[in-house]
Design a protein around this ligand. Structure first.
Ligand code: HEM
Length: 421
């Protein structure tokens, strides 16, 4: 769907695939997601018992890969607990790197055979794993899992659309792993970074979670989770400060659409007529750090997303808030904007809320605790120590934060494990 130039073809695929990531569909998928988050929490507990420094990029990447593997392929990748399928996140990262490079610099795709040759050891292993996942899934009944195969394969779907044929289906499933795995893992890693660098934000969020729920098991989608306004503000402020999609979402006139509906008249941006074949785009990082739209763009300030009634000091007036909301586009906008918003909010909300329920955490002592932030003295925009550093690989590459966790001893029994703390 992502690379379908034809409008009608794109919207057909989006309707078929999109059924899997609606809010309603997420309610059916939530138990599978929660089981993976439980594994994540168990791993954190094991590390905390050994007083280990935990790199949250690594942990969040594995969690998000396992969750999206279940959603896309109905397959338990188990990267959180085993090394067998660790090729998947690694291959997805190099794939994203290649795509990002070609998006930014299309003519370099001429060298694609060279890049593929460089990855010659990894690529066959990746396709082998992919074939294994597809073979396993196709040997199971269609409704054996709540995944893309169940929702979008063959036949005619619930919305009356022809479903996807096998090749298309599995390439959409692979795209999901990048689109839905790497992005959510960046979002969660960045939230851990900002929480461990802002004790005031951490304290306010921890209080909200710990006073809203009665147990960690209660943390699930529904009115109580939706009432956690500060949690949502932290998630939104993190996506503003560190947008998980680093590539510019380029757009161009839809003359490539073989079939109607095409846009009427030329593409006009801000009064300029854009000739067919010319790409236009605004990088999301630039948009979300534009001082004219977001006051104090380099400050991490979740309160900016609370309404005046929720926020006593009323730091921003209604007009400023309305402008910020209009310009807040980490998922891009329009009919090519992100299809997986509901999943991103659910996975990040559950993971962060449950981690704060069961643990206290802080940045690791010394140098390790600085990983993920900028470096003082640099002059290329990477000097802000409190800004989570992202590297453009279409989605985002990053490292850290490194944190140390302390179980909240009275609650870890709920996880089915005893804490020695
Ligand atoms: C924080 C998490 C996420 C962010 C920030 C994000 C951001 C984006 C952005 C900016 C685009 C538009 C790209 C472009 O137009 O060039 C996009 C597209 C897309 N995203 Fe997400 N995304 C996230 C999570 C997810 C998840 C969890 C899924 C599903 C598993 C998903 C599925 C998709 C799909 C299928 C598209 C292509 C839509 C189309 O072409 O119609 N995303 N995302």
């Amino acid at each position: 769907m992502f690379n379908a130039l034809d409008r009608a073809e794109h919207s057909r695929k989006r309707r078929v695939v999109g059924q899997l990531i609606t809010e309603r569909s997420m309610r059916s998928f939530e138990p599978s997601m929660t089981l993976q988050i439980d594994v994540f929490l168990h791993q954190l507990l094991a590390s905390s018992k050994k007083s280990e420094v935990v790199n949250m990029t690594v942990r969040c990447q594995r969690l998000a890969t396992d969750v999206v593997g279940l959603l896309a392929f109905g397959y338990e990748l188990n990267t959180q607990t085993e090394d067998t399928n660790s090729i998947i996140p690694a291959a997805m990262k190099s794939n994203a790197y290649r795509i990002g490079l070609y998006i930014a610099w299309p003519s370099i795709s001429f060298f694609d055979p060279v890049f593929r040759w460089l990855g010659r050891k990894r690529i066959p292993k990746f396709y082998q794993t992919l074939r294994k996942m597809i073979g396993r899934r196709m040997s199971m009944p269609k409704d054996a899992a709540h995944d893309l195969y169940a929702v979008a394969s063959g036949d005619v779907t619930a919305s009356g659309d022809r479903g996807l044929q096998d090749t298309d289906l599995w390439s959409e499933a692979s795209f999901f792993v990048v689109a839905g795995g790497m992005t959510v893992s960046t979002l969660m890693s960045a939230i851990f970074f900002y929480l461990s660098h802002h004790p005031d934000v951490y304290a306010r969020l921890a209080t909200e979670i710990r006073t809203t729920f009665n147990s960690g098991r209660d943390i699930a989608s529904g009115p109580r989770l939706s009432s956690c306004r500060y949690l949502r503000a932290v998630i939104d402020e993190t996506m503003r400060a560190a947008p998980p999609t680093t590539a510019t979402p380029w757009r161009e006139d839809d003359v490539y659409s073989a079939t109607p509906p095409r846009s009427e008249g030329p593409l006009v941006v801000d009064g300029h007529v854009i000739p067919p074949g010319t790409s236009v785009g605004v990088n999301l990082y630039s948009l979300l750090h534009n001082e004219a739209l977001f006051p104090g763009p380099f400050e991490f300030h979740p309160e900016r997303w609370l309404t005046i009634d929720e926020e006593e000091d009323g730091a921003y007036g209604k007009e400023v808030q309305a402008t910020m909301r209009r310009a807040f586009a980490p998922f891009a906008l329009g009919d090519r904007g992100c299809a997986g918003k509901a999943m991103a909010y659910l996975e990040a909300s559950l993971t962060i809320a449950k981690t704060l329920w069961y643990f206290d955490f802080e940045a690791a002592p010394g140098k390790a605790g600085k990983v993920g932030g900028g470096t003082p003295g640099r002059t290329d925009g990477r000097e802000r120590v409190d800004e989570y550093q992202l590297y453009d690989i279409f989605t985002a590459d990053h490292d850290g934060p490194n944190v140390v966790l302390k179980p909240r001893a009275q609650f870890t029994n709920e996880l089915g494990m005893k804490s020695d703390a």
